[in-house]
Structure formats: C-alpha cells, structure tokens
Ligand binder design. Sequence first.
Ligand SMILES: [Zn+2]
Length: 465
Amino acid sequence: MVREGAAGTGSFWQRKEVMLDYPEMKALKLLIFIFGALAFTRVLGGTRPNLILISVDTLRQDHVSIYGYARNATPNADRLMRTGTWFSSAHCNIPLTSPGFASLMTSRYPHETGSTRNGVPMVNDLETLAEILKKNGYATAAVLSNWPLKKNISNLQKGFDLYDDDFFRKRWIFFNSERDAQGVTRQASAWIDSNPQQPFFLWAHYSDPHQPYLFHNGFNFASKTQTPNKAQDKINAYDSEVAYADYHIGVLLDQLRARGLDQNSLIVFIADHGEELGEHGYTGHGRYLYEPSMRIPFGLSGPGIPAGKRVDAQIELLDLAPTMLAYAGIAPGAAMRGRNLMPFILGQKSWPEHFLVYFETYPGAVRGEGAEKMVNVKDPIWIGLKLDDLKVCFHPSGARWEMYDLAGDAKEIRNLADPADQTFIRFSDHLLAWRRVWEKSAVSGQPDAMTLEDKKRLEALGYLK
Ligand SMILES: [Zn+2]
C-alpha cells in the first residue's frame, strides 16, 4: 500500500490544472511578479542587477558536497550556494543538454520548444530569457563548452550579443566535443575584462563531468588502499571532472568578487541534469527519468537573497527564467510557464506545500542522415510526474508504468505500479491527462541544420549509441 499523502486531496490536482490553463496562469504570474518587483526596487535602489548563470553539465546533485556528498568535490559551488539560498528538491524537466537549456531559456516544456533531442533546435517563435533581458537594456553573453549547444543545432543563441560556441579543440588525446573548464573560465573572464556595459547577463556553461570521464591530476579522490574496481574507477574519474570544473568555477567567482561584481549581481548555480553512474544498469543520461538524472543542484546568491538558507520545497528548472527576471524587476515572458520563486525566497509568501513537477525524455540525439532522419522526434520515450516523494513514470511505446515512493525507496528499486492501487490510479490518470493536453499540439524544431560533423560530435558524446 502506498502512502496517500497530498495526492489524496482531489482539489490539489484541480489547482495544478489551473496552472496549465493559459490565461489564468498569466494573471497569477502577474500578481506574483508585482510582489517580487516591489521588493527589489528597495533592495537594489532602482538599478538593475547583473545576472550571472553558471551551469555545469551532467552534475548530479548528490555529488555536490553541500548536498551531503562525502567527498569535498565542489568547495567553490558550495561556498557560492552557502552565501545564498539553495534548493534540496530541484529537478530538471528533461535530462538532455540542448532540450534542457531550450526549456530553461523559454520556461516551456520540451514538447513546446520543439527541442526534444540533441541536434533538434528549438523553434524560433518562443521568446527566451536572453531576448527579454536584451530588450530591457542588458548586454548578453554566453560561453559554451558542449557540442549540443552549438548555435546551428540548438538555436540557443537567440538574444545573445556574444554566443561563444567556437571550441573545437582536442582535449588530451581524445576526440573532443567539449571546451574544458579552464577554457570556459578563460573566455568568460576575458569578456568580464572587456568591461561590458552593465547591467549584463552572462551564462557560463561547464561540461567536464559529461562522458567520457577523464581523470585530472590534482583532483584525485581515489583511495590508495582501494582494490581496482571498474565501477569505482568510473566514479573516481567523474568526481575528478566535477572537482576540476569546480576549481575553475572558483577562479571565475574570485574574479567576479575582485571586481566587486558580487555586490550588484545575482549569481545562479545549476546543472542542466544529472547522471546515472551505474544505477538501473545504466551510465549516462537521457534514457530514463530516475533521480540521479533528474535531481540537480540549484542555488542563488546575490544582494537581498537570504544567506545560508536551504529550501526543501520542490522546484523545477522551468522556474529559473521567471525568477531571474523578477530579481531584475522585469515581468516574465508572456508564454513562460515556470513560477517566479522570488516572493517565496524573500519570505513574502509561504512555499506551497505541494508542487507537481513534470518530466519527459526522448532518445539522446536525432540522427543525421538518410531514413534515420525521418524518425518521429515528437514521441517521448518516458514521461513522468513527481509530487513530493511519489513519482510515476510511463514508457508509452512499451506501455510500461513505474511508481516509486522515494521516502522509503530513494534508489527507485521497488516498482509500486499496481492497477488496483488508488494512488497509482490517481497519479497515472493525471499523467495521461497531462499528456493528452499536448500530445496533438507538440511541436518540433527542424534538425536540417545538422552537419555530418555535428553527428560525429554527438556520437563522441555518447548520444547516438
Ligand atoms: Zn547536459
């Protein structure tokens, strides 16, 4: 028997349906925005803050020390989050890089951005965070490091004055489709050194923890007494990548502080998604919706943000763009779905007791040529929802259901999906109803821009296996 919990209250589900209803959601968002904007006129004396988004690819939450990881792999990210507010129950909405950032920038689900796989760019007509900021007088720059974010196959350059995705370089002896952390910090620092007009929006994306995991000298967590073990070696190499990225993030943070930019900037730290490191017989991300892939670090630090505060309320990456805009005193984009978290962070409103998060995932990347290109990019391989500790996922093509109660089964091992169980019936009905809302109207970007080289790079990252 599954705990009933919040799912037992019928009215809750109805409220979430209202959030999916477009005009009503807009009215609610406007109301929430007014609270947030008023707060920041006071805090920042009317001037708009800089917004700095630091993201790490493939960084699972439980390998970040502030979230309880035993290894001190992320001292700099920890320090940043500790000076602000961080979220213990933060989730991505899709565990894939380019689709994840399309959702983050537009605050829309992948079936709405059209970017469902790496190699499929988002559609043109959705306004992005960068575009809204630029319209409001911000200088905008992005420093990328990962092939799926190249502009021709992601369309993520929309709104950026500088979109630095020119990083083709061999890394060690490997074929590389990434720019390493040192390179990201170097490029981001060079842009800061150029004295950009303020306010600015800077997005620096680090990709080191992505496969293949490479060991970095000086970032070694392997125990000397440990007997060789393939699974543990993999984790050691992953942690080495995490620590290497964190070190260079620290260099960037030091530079921001040295220039006094921490005094008038909101600095955000997130991952686009996590990674499975052998759980469920899988290493990588994109194939499933389990917690190692879905749960992410998420922290905000800046003037007015309460320091040293952990929030346990459930949030999602869709919430980030409206929150950053509210911090800057700018209304969310008309089509943005996520919540502005500022009134909750500032204590002007209490956190909702329950909040539903929806997930979806698709095969890792679209293939580049011939008949393979004709595959339908609109069909998810899994969809899911999570309410507090209860999570239900559905694999449409295999008609497979899974339900987990994370309170007693954090590793998602005991599948509780049972057609006779009332909680399962309620959750699964709701998930199917959610999909029915958008199934017919799901949009898709055009993967035509993908070149053979793009295909080769995506392959190197393990997306076409
Ligand atoms: Zn990613």
